[in-house]
Design a protein around this ligand. Structure first.
Ligand code: COA
Length: 260
């Protein structure tokens, strides 16, 4: 599949997607968003891919937001469609059923921060800056940032970040739970690949159900979430990988999961 604004690299069970518009700090225009949608669907269907890394080209930015050239001319109806499209693409990422690691190599602002929040895990370079600066443009988050931010860091911090628009550094982002881990910028991709390689060894069906249980469970009352978890727990007990994982433990060897 050919992309104009994305690079796609395969390394065994790991796929690395790089948003590649460095001249505009990898801003998400309509075409890039559509290419992201297509690549996510493709990687979702590819059983050989167990983990995805998402990053930005160049050293300055992960993604500096939605493309402001497009925002500047939006109408009420096109703005609504734009937001719904962005939300849809990020929803596909969040619910891909395979871990998606955001390797945040610089600015993750606006749609870039929203994109990172839709990923399963976030590693940030110590040089990264994250925030929701839409308020400075007289607008607000539109790719579900007002929803995911509060779920990730709590209502108080979400209000502060979105209302002030002020970006925060990587260390503060780690402190409030907006990113999982901060690493020196030069080591970011090595750390992301190492984490991806660790995850790629896990049983894919169990990973899929864990992601589903956490994502869907957060939207349910606790007791319903527990019933949902128990159902998935029962389903995962039907897999060859469950037999392999438990047998390997008892035989004191490493498991070799097959995704079945
Ligand atoms: N949309 C479109 N173009 C963008 C962009 C965006 N979100 N973010 C950056 N760019 C472009 C700039 O216009 C500039 O283009 P030019 O070289 O043709 O002038 C280029 O990327 C480099 O950005 P620049 O502003 O010169 O870099 P900087 O280091 O001085 O500042 C930022 C970096 C991230 C602080 C600044 O680019 C910025 O504030 N970007 C917008 C962030 C934002 O509001 N995002 C939310 C959108 S909803």
């Amino acid at each position: 599949m050919a992309f104009e604004n994305l690079l796609l690299e395969r390394d065994g069970a790991i796929a690395v997607v790089t948003i590649n518009r460095p001249k505009v700090l990898n801003a998400l225009n309509t075409q890039t968003l559509d290419e992201l949608r297509r690549v996510v669907l493709e990687l979702g269907h590819d059983a050989g891919v167990h983990v995805v890394i998402l990053t930005g080209a160049g050293e300055k930015a992960f993604v500096a937001g939605a493309d402001i050239n497009e925002l500047a001319v939006q109408t009420p109806t096109s703005g609504r469609e734009h937001a719904l499209t962005g939300q849809h693409v990020l929803d596909l990422i969040e619910n891909l059923g395979k871990p998606v690691i955001a390797a945040i190599n610089g600015y993750a602002l606006g749609g870039g921060c929203e994109l990172a929040m839709a990923c399963t895990l976030r590693l940030a370079a110590d040089t990264a800056k994250l925030g929701q600066p839409e308020i400075n443009l007289g607008i607000m988050p539109g790719y579900a940032g007002s929803q995911r931010m509060s779920r990730l860091v709590g209502k108080g911090k979400a209000m502060e970040l979105i209302l002030t628009g002020a970006p925060i550094g990587a260390a503060e982002a780690e402190r409030i739970g907006l990113v999982n881990r901060v690493v020196p910028a030069a080591e970011l991709m090595t750390a992301a690949r190492a984490l991806a390689a660790d995850l790629a060894k896990n049983a894919p069906i169990a990973m899929r159900y864990i992601i589903t249980a956490v994502n869907k469970g957060l939207e349910m009352p606790f007791a319903e979430g527990c019933v949902f978890e128990a159902t998935l727990f029962g389903l995962v007990a039907s897999t060859d990988d469950m037999r392999e994982g438990t047998t390997a433990f008892l035989e004191k060897r490493k498991p070799a999961f097959k995704g079945k």
